[in-house]
Design a binder for this molecule. Structure first.
Ligand code: ZN
Length: 83
């Protein structure tokens, strides 16, 4: 099992954990073997980060859509009013 974690010791971004993938399995740097995290802890943080990221993305998308729809709506209404 491979993980994308930046090693605090050598800066390598490749880390591996046993394929058993238990929560308590340790993730070690591929380069220097430094202990970086456990699978369970990493998944927790990763899941939380992903949800926040998804929330921010959908929020900015909604704002963008609202802005675009607002502009389109204004011009459509203006067109209807003048016609
Ligand atoms: Zn390392």
């Amino acid at each position: 099992m491979k993980f994308q974690i930046t090693c605090t010791r050598c800066g390598c971004t490749q880390a591996t954990a046993p394929d058993t993938h238990h929560e308590w399995d340790e993730i070690h740097c591929e380069e220097c073997g430094e202990f970086l995290d456990t699978c369970g802890h990493f998944e927790d943080r990763h899941a939380a980060g992903y949800h926040v990221q998804a929330l921010n993305m959908s929020r900015s998308l909604i704002l963008q859509m609202a802005r675009e729809n607002g502009w389109q709506g204004d011009s459509a209404m203006a067109g209807r009013r003048s016609a």
